[in-house]
Design a protein around this ligand. Structure first.
Ligand code: GUN
Length: 280
């Protein structure tokens, strides 16, 4: 049977490390504060935002909560971001996505001071990541690197295949694997013969957003499989982009859903909040 990469346990370990760091900063008179903005009341977003605030309370980071109505204008949101950018006591600013359709997400992301961009979505953060300069790294891909390293998976020299090219996961994931000296291929909906490419992977990161799409015929024997997807199936049960039951027997290590990549995103957000003190 494969090694099951336990995101719950690894994320708990990271949160405890952050908690210690926050306590030692507090002893030196420095508090860490995250502002969390949600526009509208999308139920999934409310769950994520609630979990982020809970994690802040656990590690000792102060959180300021802004729950704005659905009809908030872009101007109003940008003006709140400007206010938070200028508040020295606020170290991190997080605007939960997606935003209502009348608001331009790119404009909002770009309005956040890159020194407070704990999501790592600002073009300056992404650019810094690409050329290996200090900056915030997007939480989910950063969490995947931690999962691999803390599970003893060597990345250097390995064939790494990423399925999906989103700005939040696929692209930064590819850059991070490259930074760890992996040989990286990024695939997407226009990739010809996807199976032929994914079967080359020693490390396969799946972020396509289609429930259980990846079956064992996409996976090389002994590969490490990381599943970023999260969906609810017809029986209200959570599942990923990977057909876990089918794939697990052929791989050397795999992340479950739930309890794999999911909990890492929030742990890395907490890590980025502490990092904001160093970057400021
Ligand atoms: N929506 C889904 N994932 C994320 C995330 O990591 N950050 C923000 N701000 N919104 C999200």
């Amino acid at each position: 049977m494969p090694q099951i990469i336990d995101g719950k346990q690894i994320s708990a370990q990271i949160k405890d490390e952050v908690k210690e760091k926050v306590a030692s900063l507090k002893e030196q008179g420095t508090t860490v504060c995250l502002a969390v903005i949600q526009v509208g009341a999308d139920p999934a977003s409310s769950v994520y935002v609630g979990n982020k605030k809970k994690a802040c309370a656990y590690v000792g980071i102060e959180s300021l909560s802004y729950e704005l109505p659905e009809q908030t204008s872009q101007e109003e949101l940008l003006s709140l971001i400007d206010e938070l950018n200028n508040k020295p006591e606020v170290n991190g600013i997080l605007v939960q996505l997606p935003l209502p359709s009348h608001i331009d997400e790119d404009a909002v992301i770009q309005a956040i001071d890159p020194k407070k961009d704990v999501d790592g979505f600002h073009p300056q953060s992404v650019g810094a990541l690409c050329i290996g300069q200090p900056g915030f790294v997007s939480c989910t891909p950063a969490g995947i690197i931690e999962l691999l390293k803390r599970s003893g998976v060597e990345i250097a020299g390995k064939e790494c295949v990423v399925i999906g090219r989103s700005n939040i996961v696929g692209k930064p994931m590819a850059i991070l694997l490259l930074r760890e000296n992996g040989t990286v291929t990024v695939t997407h909906s226009k990739t010809r013969d996807l199976k032929e490419v994914t079967r080359r992977a020693d490390i396969l990161v799946v972020a396509i957003g289609k429930p259980k799409m990846i079956t064992r015929d996409y996976v090389k024997e002994g590969a490490v499989v990381i599943d970023v997807g999260i969906h609810r199936n017809e029986n209200n049960k959570l599942c990923g982009d990977v057909d876990y039951e089918d794939v697990a027997p052929v791989c050397s290590a795999i992340t479950p859903v739930p309890g794999g990549v999911g909990p890492m995103t929030i742990a890395m957000l907490m890590y980025n909040c502490v990092r904001s003190i160093e970057l400021q």
